[in-house]
Structure formats: structure tokens, C-alpha cells
Design a protein around this ligand. Structure first.
Ligand code: GLU
Ligand code: ZN
Length: 314
């Protein structure tokens, strides 16, 4: 990593191009942009198109177009692969993931898992009311495989320790997460060869010199998995900053089904300044919901003002 990269605050927006963005996506994009630009940093746009069935190039182009409509352009990355840390689409970054997996395998911390989904559901701890699946460790070898030995067939799983990962989130404060209880040994690469989100995101955040990850609160616990992966490789993890989720009036997190909050509809009904004002108001940066420019938001931006609530409502 060069000196420049180390010193510059570097944030990223990492959308999955599986549909049109909605107000919740814009909320995260704008706040992460403000956060780094309020400190003259660099904002990277990374296309998280690991899922070939659901990801489309046209959606990635549309994301860039919706951001441009708001006056936001990435300093680095995007579909044009601008910058020196590319490619910026995960579907073309397999060699980085191979290298990361190999490093973890060399530590003797990876094993093959041949469980089917049914096996995993049948053996998991009974009461995960939030829908999490905690792997029971069925295929975990009794002892760590010797250093450098190759894991058996199947998905690649990573040993996790039965102790707390401790970190301080930039908004949510101190966190203690026991990975053994939260997720168990987790998958780095699926049996069909597909890369897991956790491995890809860490390999990319490291390679792209990301110093700050600002994103929705739904990924707060994932940060512990990611910090663990950084630590195993002897790398410094970025600062994690989890912002509230945007919910509709019924209290549900916005999704692609909330068509009235889709950028297709919002661009039709509002000006860019109205949308930016709404981001500022929902986040807690503005006292009133009124039109404002990106420049105005930059002037009032202050992380301490961002709501610490789990959700904000449109
Ligand atoms: N690609 C993920 C998503 O769209 C975001 C991952 C991240 O920010 O770490 O939900
Ligand atoms: Zn297994």
C-alpha cells in the first residue's frame, strides 16, 4: 500500500446491481460520500456482482446514473474501472479471492464441508429467532489441519474461535460479538466455487485501501466476521460505521417492492435537492425536510448528529 493510500480517508459504496436503487440505498450512498468528502477523502464505487443470476450490468449503469442525477460521481471505481485498484466489479476479482483463501488455508484454519442445506438446518442450535443460521461444526476436523495442508472437498469453511470479537462502531459504539455463537464456522467459498460475501468484501476492502466502511445497520454483526478475517491476515481493519436502516410507514425495511421509494419513481416526482434534503433530514443532519444541495449537506455534515436509532422512517 502506498503512502498516499494510507493517509487518505477512503470510503466506499458497494451496491449489488440486482435492481433499481431505492431511497434506502441512496441514504447509505450519500452519507458515506459526505463522510469521506467532509475530510477530503476518496469515495470508491465497487460493484458487488458476485451473484451471476441476479446481477446485471445495466443495473450497475443505472446506479451510476442515479448517483450522477444527485450530483455524485465516484472518485474511483464504477463500471468504467477508473483508478488503480481495479477491476472494481467483484465478478472479475477472482484472483484476489483465490489469494486470500490460500493465505487462510496456509494458516490451517480452513476445512471442507459437505453438508447440505438440510443437514445444516437439522443440526443448528434451536433458537435463532432472527433467522440466522449457525453452523454446528459437523464437518470440523477434531484438530486443526496441519499448516498448509489442503482442506477436504466441499464448501470452504473457516474455523472461528469461541471468544468475543470486540470493536467500536463509529455510531453504534462498543460491540462484543462471539462468532461461534453468532454464525459458527462460516463459508468462504461455496462447493460450486462461488465466493462468499465475507471473503470477497474483506479481500476488496483490503486491496482498495478502504479506511472507513459506512453502511446499513443490518451488517453490524458481519463487521465482526470481517474484522476477524482482517486480523488473521495481519491486516488493519477499516473503521466500521453503521447507519440506521430506512423503513416505510409500516415499519418494514425499504426493499425493491416499495415501488414508491424506487429511484425510478423518486426521480419522476422530486428534484435532486429534494431527495438530498430528505436524506439530510432522515439522517438527523437537518432540522427540517427541505431542499438542499450536496454542498449544503457537506457544510452541516457531522457524524455525531447522525441518528443512533436502529431505523429511520420515510
Ligand atoms: N453489497 C452489499 C449490499 O448491497 C453491501 C456490502 C457492504 O457494504 O459491505 O447489501
Ligand atoms: Zn459440514
Amino acid at each position: 500500500m502506498d503512502k498516499d493510500t494510507q493517509q487518505t480517508v477512503t470510503g466506499r459504496f458497494a451496491p449489488s446491481p440486482t435492481g433499481r436503487m431505492h431511497f434506502g440505498n441512496i441514504f447509505a450512498a450519500v452519507l458515506s460520500w459526505l463522510s469521506v468528502h467532509s475530510r477530503h477523502g476518496r469515495w470508491v464505487l465497487r460493484i458487488e456482482d458476485l451473484d451471476p443470476q441476479r446481477s446485471k450490468y445495466e443495473y450497475a449503469r443505472q446506479i451510476e446514473d442515479d448517483l450522477a442525477w444527485l450530483g455524485i460521481e465516484a472518485d474511483e471505481g464504477g463500471t468504467a474501472d477508473r483508478g488503480t485498484h481495479g477491476p472494481y466489479s467483484q465478478s472479475r476479482r477472482g484472483e484476489f479471492y483465490e489469494r486470500t483463501l490460500r493465505r487462510l488455508e496456509e494458516l490451517g484454519l480452513v476445512y471442507g464441508c459437505t453438508c447440505t442445506r438440510a443437514d445444516i438446518m437439522a443440526t443448528q442450535a434451536p433458537h435463532m429467532s432472527d433467522g440466522r443460521v449457525v453452523y454446528s461444526g459437523k464437518c470440523r476436523p477434531a484438530a486443526c489441519p496441519p499448516f498448509g495442508s489442503s482442506p477436504g472437498p466441499g464448501a470452504r469453511r473457516l474455523y472461528v474461535p469461541d471468544r468475543d470479537i470486540i470493536f467500536t462502531d463509529g455510531i453504534c459504539g462498543p460491540q462484543h460479538v462471539n462468532l461461534a455463537r453468532h454464525c459458527g464456522d462460516f463459508v468462504l467459498r461455496r462447493a460450486d466455487g462461488a465466493w462468499a460475501y465475507q471473503l470477497a468484501v474483506v479481500a476488496d476492502d483490503a486491496a482498495m485501501g478502504i479506511t472507513e466502511v459506512m453502511r446499513g445497520r443490518d451488517l453490524l454483526l458481519s463487521a465482526a466476521q470481517q474484522i476477524y478475517l482482517f486480523g488473521l491476515q495481519g491486516l488493519k481493519a477499516p473503521e466500521y460505521v453503521h447507519i440506521p436502516l430506512v423503513c416505510n410507514a409500516a415499519g418494514q425495511r425499504l426493499s425493491k417492492r416499495d415501488s414508491s421509494e424506487s429511484m425510478a419513481e423518486l426521480r419522476h416526482r422530486y428534484t435532486p435537492e429534494a431527495i438530498l434534503g430528505r436524506v439530510g433530514y432522515c439522517a438527523g443532519l437537518l432540522d427540517r425536510n427541505e431542499e438542499c444541495s450536496l454542498c449544503d449537506l457537506l457544510k452541516v455534515y457531522n457524524r455525531d448528529k447522525i441518528s443512533r436509532d436502529e431505523a429511520v422512517y420515510v
